[in-house]
Design a protein around this ligand. Structure first.
Ligand SMILES: Cc1cc2nc3c(=O)[nH]c(=O)nc-3n(C[C@H](O)[C@H](O)[C@H](O)COP(=O)(O)OP(=O)(O)OC[C@H]3O[C@@H](n4cnc5c(N)ncnc54)[C@H](O)[C@@H]3O)c2cc1C
Length: 343
């Protein structure tokens, strides 16, 4: 594997199938050819355009150097107080660690509760825990500015209150790094997330995109969403790498009509699993017996493969595609997901 650090991809030339790379150490540019290109540029923390946002004690936590800077303020510059802004999981982890390090911590969140995706009664438990650890909560409070303060920063709120601290750390969301793709003429949504199909391909079939930078479809709502988490990013990377190396497997839509006469549902789980839960209208062929039983399937119809979690279904889909079945897809998440969404 040829890993090039200190190298920034600055543009994609889709016609020539090359990427222009800026070698940051030697300040030179060169063209790197590709057959298949996979974009995983991630996302960047949002830094709103507020007065004082560039003050040196107004920080974000995204990279290891960001964490080093916060640590240095505590260990070398004797910081004793912090304001953390945002109420999501990164801010909560920061509040926990800063309090543990002995700092007096204030948390400012625009919404009336921490962890906005949680139900109110669950969020209350989190808030109680924070208060028990002496974290001061400013909920339903919007930051309007940052002001320089002696040895620190003053966080000014819309309602006129202000909180003085030795440092402020912002974690109010992330913005997908879709600029490189957009500059290459690939479709991005209004937030900058790269648009991909179910195979994570952009509109250019030679270019895939994965991770924080892509728009996905929420399993819960079916709506377009951004899910900036390592688990999904890792899954997407493995899925695309496998597809690029071994050929393409598609996911079926999660809300697939299971009684569509043009679709054959193939369940590759073992009989013991099917006895516990059966999928309506499914043809049952355990994965280990699939190669000998291909004649049970109609190649004219689309085949959607089920298993418990997706791994056996993926292998079955590979077998079917390799055996000449033209339209094969995998039901995402298998029966584990089916149980949560259909029963
Ligand atoms: C403090 C913190 C805590 C987190 N905790 C969790 C957690 O507990 N659980 C969880 O699931 N997720 C967590 N996450 C989120 C998780 O880190 C991301 O979802 C995941 O890293 C996304 O992977 P990615 O490959 O899409 O992007 P990244 O990991 O951000 O990687 C993108 C890389 O591309 C590089 N890059 C961007 N543009 C270019 C370019 N033009 N040329 C060359 N290189 C480029 C960037 O420098 C970066 O190194 C956390 C994130 C943060 C910041």
């Amino acid at each position: 594997m040829d890993v090039r650090v200190f190298s920034e991809a600055v543009s994609i030339n889709r016609a020539a199938k090359t990427v222009t790379v800026h070698d940051l150490k030697n300040d030179r540019f060169y063209e790197e050819p590709y057959d298949t290109l996979i974009l995983s540029p991630g996302s960047s923390p949002v830094r709103p355009n507020l007065p004082g946002i560039d003050l040196p004690r107004v920080l974000t936590l995204w990279t290891v150097p960001d964490a080093d800077r916060i640590r240095a303020l505590i260990t070398e510059e004797n910081a004793k107080s912090a304001v953390v802004i945002g109420g999501g999981f990164i801010v909560l982890e920061m509040a926990e660690n800063l309090a543990e390090a002995g700092l007096s911590v204030s948390l400012v969140e625009k919404m009336p509760q921490v962890m906005p995706p949680l139900d109110r009664e669950m969020a209350l438990l989190v808030e109680r825990e924070l208060k028990q650890h002496n974290v001061s909560l400013y909920l339903g409070a919007d930051v309007s500015a940052f002001e320089q303060a002696e040895g620190g920063v003053c966080v000014v709120l819309e309602d006129g209150r202000s909180i003085r601290a030795d440092l402020a750390v912002l974690s109010i969301g992330v913005r997908p790094n879709g600029d490189l793709a957009a500059k290459a003429g690939l479709a991005v949504n209004s937030r900058g997330s790269i648009l991909v199909n179910d195979a994570l391909q952009t509109e250019d079939p030679s270019i895939y995109a994965v991770g924080d930078a892509v728009e996905v479809r929420s399993f819960a709502t079916g709506e377009p969403a951004m899910i900036p988490l390592a688990g999904p990013a890792n899954n997407m990377a493995g899925f695309v790498a496998d597809n690029v190396v071994r050929g393409l497997v598609r996911f079926a839509p999660w809300d697939l009509a299971l009684n569509d006469p043009d679709v054959q549902i193939l369940d590759v789980r073992e009989p013991g699993e099917i006895a516990l839960l059966s999928v309506p209208n499914a043809i049952s062929i355990p994965l280990g017996q699939l190669r000998e039983n291909l004649q049970a399937l109609d190649p004219e119809k689309e085949i959607v493969v089920f298993c418990a979690a997706g791994i056996r279904a993926y292998n079955a889909a590979r077998i079917l595609s390799g055996s000449g079945f033209p339209r094969v897809s995998v039901y995402p998440g298998g029966t584990q997901f089916y149980v949560k969404t259909r029963l």
